[in-house]
Design a protein around this ligand. Structure first.
Ligand SMILES: Cc1ncc(COP(=O)(O)O)c(C=O)c1O
Length: 365
């Protein structure tokens, strides 16, 4: 068996312990004689899987009782539409902070529902290499919510402080930083994340929403399909229809894994240590450049380039021979990107840094 260091931005590396457990249980989960993939979502064993997953997530994030946890199919992008559909009042007004591709997409989606959504801060002027100051935004009394993408997977930036929303509910897309560090859930109206980066297999989003923001169909401003209404999930324990059972099962295991290593404080410590190793290497390099404002650097997605697309391509190709894969930057920005999510071991980052140093020596200018 050969495992490589997988720096993919998502679907991404999962903890080896979790993969091994899933492998052991694939033919016979908990003496049922079948795998979780083959099991009814209404069965007792699956009921325990989904109940435990929610319980463990609540414990890990200290989710207050008045927040609901929802497991929804369709990934994060589906939530770009679900957010305005579920949150807009008759004002149909919202404030978006544009820090990259995904916040822009979410904004464009909201525009389908209202022409009163606006961008109140943006880092587009410097190609999204920083997080704008959000301490005094032009939030309007009529805004239904303020929207951010908390960690920008493509551009390698992250909010170090959440915006001052002037009392409006904050909606945060945490897809690429979910469970990477402790957060104060009460600071948010809604947190959601596509799970395929830090917690599980693709095809599902986890939504954590304050109870009073989850409205009945009659209260919504738009004719909202059943599976886009958060209420459908909260009323049914995310079991209105057949959920993504496999993803919920693996996410549940990842939650237990994070608990076993000491919870989110320990996760953050490990993530910061890994990021420091990589950023220290970049800061002392004469070949590689990070290009992100230091105060906005992500500890999950680290972008870098040489400035020469041919040399970047050579780096990516040679990295593969050193057991380092999926290091190519997103097509929008080029260069390289190392996604060093929760399950990336420190050894993987050290291995990458060694290769970068070797490559730099061999390709000195
Ligand atoms: C921050 C962020 N939001 C949204 C998405 C879209 O997620 P999905 O593919 O689950 O729709 C991604 C995917 O990379 C992401 O990184």
């Amino acid at each position: 068996m050969k495992r490589v260091y997988n720096f993919s931005a998502g679907p991404a590396v999962l903890p080896e312990e979790v993969l091994k457990e899933a492998q052991e249980e694939i033919f016979d989960y908990a003496d049922t004689g079948i795998s979780v993939m083959e099991m009814s979502h209404r069965s007792k064993p699956f009921e325990k899987i989904i109940t435990d997953a929610e319980k463990d997530l609540r414990e890990l994030m200290s989710i207050p009782d008045d927040y609901k946890v929802l497991f929804a199919q369709g990934g994060a992008t589906t939530q770009f539409a679900a957010v305005p559909m579920n949150l807009m009042s008759e004002n149909k007004q919202a404030a978006y902070i544009e820090t990259g591709n995904f916040s822009k997409k979410a904004f464009e989606e909201a525009k389908i529902f209202s022409d009163k959504v606006r961008i109140v801060a943006s880092s587009k002027d410097r190609n999204y290499t920083y997080i704008p100051d959000c301490s005094d935004l032009p939030i309007d009394e009529k805004d239904d919510y303020v929207y951010i993408c908390e960690n920008n997977t493509i551009f390698g930036t992250t909010f170090k402080n959440i915006p001052n929303t002037k009392g409006k509910p904050l909606v945060s897309d945490q897809s690429s930083c979910f469970l990477s560090k402790p957060v104060n859930v009460s600071d948010y109206g809604v947190i959601y994340a596509g799970v395929q980066k830090n917690v599980g297999p693709a095809g599902m989003a986890i939504i954590i929403a304050r109870g009073d923001l989850i409205k009945d169909a009659e209260e919504l401003q738009f004719p909202t399909p059943t599976m886009l209404r958060w209420k459908t999930y909260s009323d049914s324990g995310s079991l209105y229809n057949t959920p993504n059972c496999w993803s919920i099962y693996i996410c549940g295991k990842v939650f237990k894994w994070i608990k076993s290593i000491g919870g989110l404080e320990e996760m953050q410590k490990r993530n910061e240590e890994k990021a420091k190793i990589l950023y220290d290497c970049l800061d002392s390099s004469k070949l590689f450049v990070n290009g992100v404002e230091k105060s906005s650097r992500s500890i999950m997605n680290v972008v870098f380039k040489t400035g020469d697309p041919e040399l970047d391509a050579k780096f990516v190709a040679e990295a593969k021979d050193h057991g380092i894969i999926s290091i190519k930057g997103h097509r929008i920005v080029g260069g390289m990107r190392a996604s060093i999510y929760n399950a990336m071991p420190k050894e993987g980052v050290i291995s990458l840094v060694r290769f970068m140093e070797k490559f730099e020596k061999e390709n000195a200018r």
